[in-house]
Design a protein around this ligand. Structure first.
Ligand code: NDP
Ligand code: 2IT
Length: 452
């Protein structure tokens, strides 16, 4: 991947060369760093104190990265050994904050790209949270509840010593939802003998969780789309929406799209996608994916208006709005050409880095509104910060109040990205805007706090 990335401006090129030399086997991390450096070169040029303080050189190096053995015994009595990760990237704005991903594809490169992006995303939310990510190459698919619990307990047996409500606060991501968070939080309390609610977010609302955290990422992405459309005097009503994934982000993006009068017509998983011109039946999708933990093909089998396309992604389906909400690098240049050819008007990244760089460039040069994940999916972590506030104050806010706060935060994130894009001479470029606005906040804090 990094060989195919275009040259960078002189003010940031040498930092990228160091990253490439130091992390030669980490293509996703290189891709994420390249995008940020490309965007923020004008910020570096306009602020000589950032170069003097070595902001870039320090930002691309995690403060700490932890890798550990996770041994557990499966239902057949066999020993399994997975690898666990936590990359604590930046604490300049607050305790390390970011999700845990359990998926067989997880490796250091993926956790580092996610942790790096999290720094700027979290800064953009305006909440006092640093950036981190973690996870494991454990695959929860097909595992019994007991196996998932034993894995989570073993994972926490090591990770607990690095966590704490004022130190590092994980949450969910791919493969880590309310069930896994329950087991992880329970084991943390067992080991430490402290009821420290604020050391994990995404908890069940009955045991310290916050209203709207479950919905926040998908809802927030659609709120972000609304803000972008409002700049053009448009709204979501009547638009056809193409969503990928069928997990937490996808389900709540679909729900909010319906609430705003749009028609979501696709969903997917790693086996293929479904298209349903009558509109995705959300109750059916949730039953199959959340309750039965089944496959997306079962959706099409249960609904006559839908068909399943095996082994493909949903981007050849004509839509006005695309919300990639599965995983990284799921829209390539061919997918972008298909979406543009079918008249897509707005692409909103619910997932982290789902769009490859040449696909981003294609959208931007075709006048498609493009929202990078750092801005568009920031509602999840922003609501995590609201959960931390409620835990610290021993309060519970209502669903309506929490959703209003999320909507206001997404408006602020949009406006910060929009304004920074204008300030740096790239009006309407939300990639430059989000990266610059997030980076400025981090860089000013790093200058103020000295060389650490
Ligand atoms: P879930 O585990 O709930 O759902 C993930 C969905 O994506 C599933 O449908 C899964 O299908 C699919 N998927 C995962 N990996 C792949 C793959 N390699 N190829 C094709 N499909 C895949 O995760 P989330 O909804 O929480 O996360 C989705 C994305 O959103 C991720 O990029 C995550 O980093 C990002 N995100 C999540 C936030 C959150 O609060 N949860 C916050 C911000 C961003 P299958 O079951 O077949 O694997
Ligand atoms: O990518 C992300 O922002 C998340 N998975 C959510 C992180 C969090 O701490 O809520």
């Amino acid at each position: 991947m990094s060989e195919t990335l275009p040259p960078l401006p002189a003010s940031v090129a040498s930092v990228f060369e160091t990253v490439r030399a130091r992390n030669p086997h980490e293509p996703e991390f290189q891709q994420a760093v390249h995008e940020v450096l490309d965007s923020i070169a004008p910020v570096i040029e306009a602020n000589p104190e950032f170069a003097e303080a070595g902001i870039l050189e320090r930002t691309v190096e995690p403060e700490r990265q932890i890798m550990f053995r996770v041994p557990w015994v499966d239902d057949a009595g066999h020993l399994q050994v997975n690898r666990g990760y936590r990359v604590q990237f930046s604490s300049v704005l607050g305790p390390y904050k970011g999700g845990l991903r359990f998926h067989p594809s997880v490796n250091l490169s993926i956790i580092k790209f996610l942790g790096f992006e999290q720094i700027f995303k979290n800064a953009l939310t305006g909440q006092g949270i640093g950036g981190a990510k973690g996870g494991s190459d454990f695959d929860p698919h097909g595992r019994s509840r007991g196996e998932v619990m034993r894995f989570c307990q073993s994972f926490m047996n090591e990770l607990y010593r690095h966590l704490g409500e004022h130190t590092d606060v994980p949450a969910g991501d791919i493969g880590v939802g309310a069930r896994e968070i329950g087991f992880l939080f329970g084991q943390y309390r067992k080991i430490t003998n402290r009821h420290e609610s604020g050391m994990f977010t995404g908890k069940g609302v009955q045991w310290g969780g916050a209203e709207v955290r479950t919905e926040a990422t998908g809802y927030g992405a659609v709120f972000f789309a609304q803000e972008m459309l409002a700049v053009r005097g448009e709204d979501m009503s009547g638009l056809r929406v193409g969503v990928s994934g069928s997990g937490n982000v996808a389900i709540y993006a679909i729900e909010k799209a319906y609430q705003l009068g749009a028609l979501p017509v696709t969903a997917s998983d790693s086996s293929g996608y479904v298209v349903d011109d009558a509109g995705i039946d959300l109750d059916l999708l949730r039953r199959i994916k959340e309750v039965e933990r089944g496959r997306i093909a079962e959706y099409a089998a249960a609904r006559t208006s839908a068909r399943f396309v095996e082994g493909e992604r949903p981007w050849s389906v004509p839509v006005d709005v695309a919300v990639p909400s599965a995983t990284q690098n799921e829209i390539d240049a061919d997918d972008a050409a298909a979406l543009i050819g079918n008249g897509v008007r707005i692409v909103v990244e619910g997932a982290n880095m789902p769009t490859l760089p040449d696909a981003v460039a294609a959208f931007q040069s075709s006048d498609v509104l493009f929202a990078p994940g750092k801005a568009a999916n920031a509602g999840g972590v922003a609501t995590s910060a609201l959960e931390m506030s409620q835990n610290a104050a021993r309060q519970r806010w209502t669903f309506t109040d929490s959703e209003d706060k999320l909507r206001a935060i997404m408006r602020d994130v949009h406006d910060a990205a929009f304004a920074a894009a204008e300030r740096y001479g790239r009006p309407g470029d939300y990639v430059v805007g989000a990266n610059s606005a997030g980076f400025e906040r981090v860089a000013h804090a790093m200058v103020a706090q000295g060389i650490i």
